[in-house]
Design a protein around this ligand. Structure first.
Ligand code: AMP
Length: 398
């Protein structure tokens, strides 16, 4: 069901509660990475330009329902004020008289940031009273906190019952456009690249994407559970021994559906993650019992790159190897390059989700070539698994 967008709301002169994800890293009261703050700027700027009275709210860290100054959002208000070049009022509480008096003194186009929502256990508890208290501060609600949309908390779900209209902000809309709409109707060939540590984290993602993918390329440690299921020696490689039956079932399902599910044909092995000096490339059926597979091999990189090079839609989640440790970053970097090339040269729609694969494209300087880099972790995986996020379900239908 299509949901209302902030564009659909009449926000001029109204008190608009915008749930943002300002869960940023802080060191000695300074924001050290403001990616999440800048990601919310288009929505905030739109609200400023329309003359809304803007109430921003977020969580920060895990204060576990306690008012802990270590997790105060005050430094974030100061940082946001610098980014916007505008004053940002700070309310030392997110509910009650303190919050209300700051909010009620806002004029059109002005901004206030509320103190950390998770200073109240009721936030994560999705408490109806707390939800009502938050909602009493505003006329309209906007959710732009995609990274928290897989949680049914008071500020992401509960409070929408107490407002007239609840709409998606631009960041939320963009995430849904790519992770839901594009993947539901992909231009073909549609290639899925999955890596990372565990198959068990991505079972539902694989099952869901098997319905629409033309090819699924598997890398990372999760490949070893599939290889073991095929009866291959995997040495000391990371394997989920209790998931080999499942891996075999997923392979069988792929075959039945005509999806080209590929496993590495060769890989980089060593004695262990710190044995990079002795890394060597071998075929997957020639893995010595005392070695560990730590990255996809050269032939696999080439084979995967060729398939990626023909794709029109690509989704990538999870690194191809232990990319934090050189030389086991090569496979992940090669895939990042192949995805960027497909986007740049063939106009393929490329979508990357998941912290490690996102870090890899940033480190390789390829981020600006990617169509969409998701800001979510758990929320991204849940969408790829075909789930409806509580924070999205709670928004008003068009
Ligand atoms: P995930 O959180 O499931 O996306 O997994 C990411 C982690 O998997 C990273 O820390 C990688 O170092 C790790 N990883 C990927 N491939 C391997 C591998 N072949 N052996 C050990 N760890 C790996």
């Amino acid at each position: 069901m299509p949901k209302l967008s902030i564009r659909d709301l009449d926000i001029a002169g109204k008190k608009v509660f915008i749930r943002v994800d300002f869960n940023v890293p802080l060191e000695n009261g300074t924001v050290t990475d403001d990616t999440r703050i800048t990601a919310a700027i288009p929505t905030i700027q739109f609200a400023i330009d329309k003359g809304a009275r803007i109430i921003l709210a977020s969580h920060l860290g895990r204060p576990k329902g306690q008012k802990n100054p270590k997790y105060s959002l005050k430094p974030v208000a100061e940082h946001l004020s610098k980014v916007l070049g505008l004053p940002v009022a700070f309310a030392q509480d997110c509910i009650g008289d303190v919050a209300a008096s700051v909010v009620n003194s806002l004029k059109d186009g002005e901004i206030a940031l509320l103190e950390n929502l998770r200073f109240y256990a009721e936030e994560e508890g999705n408490d109806p009273k707390f939800s009502e208290q938050l909602a009493s501060l505003c006329d309209l609600y906007v959710n732009d906190a995609f990274g928290t949309a897989h949680r049914a908390h008071a500020s992401t779900a509960g409070m929408t019952k107490f407002v007239k209209q609840a709409a998606a902000g631009f960041l939320m809309e963009r995430e849904l456009r790519y992770l839901v709409e594009t993947l539901a109707n992909p231009h073909r060939p549609f290639v899925v690249i999955l890596g990372g540590a565990k198959v068990s984290d991505k079972i539902q993602v694989i099952e869901n994407l098997l319905k629409s993918a033309d090819a699924i390329l598997i890398g990372g440690a999760m490949a070893y559970t599939f290889l073991k299921a095929r009866g291959l020696e995997v040495g000391k490689s990371l394997v989920e021994a209790d998931k080999t039956d499942l891996a075999a079932q997923l392979e069988a399902k792929a075959k039945e559906l005509g999806v080209n599910l590929l496993l590495p044909s060769d890989h980089m092995i060593a004695g262990g993650p710190d044995d990079g000096a002795n890394a060597r490339n071998v075929l997957v059926d020639a893995t010595p019992a005392d070695s560990m597979g730590l990255d996809i091999g050269e032939a696999t990189c080439q084979a995967y790159a060729e398939i990626i090079g023909k794709a029109q839609t690509i989704i990538w989640n999870g690194p191809m190897g232990m990319f934090e440790k050189s030389p086991f970053d090569k496979g992940t970097r090669a895939i990042a390059q192949a995805v960027a090339d497909a986007s740049e040269k063939n106009n393929a729609v490329s979508i990357i989700g998941g912290g490690d694969s996102v870090a890899a494209v940033h480190e390789s300087g390829l981020a600006d070539k990617i169509t969409h880099i998701s800001t979510g972790g758990g929320a991204t995986l849940e969408l790829l698994a075909g789930d409806v996020l509580p924070g999205v379900a709670a928004l008003t239908e068009k």
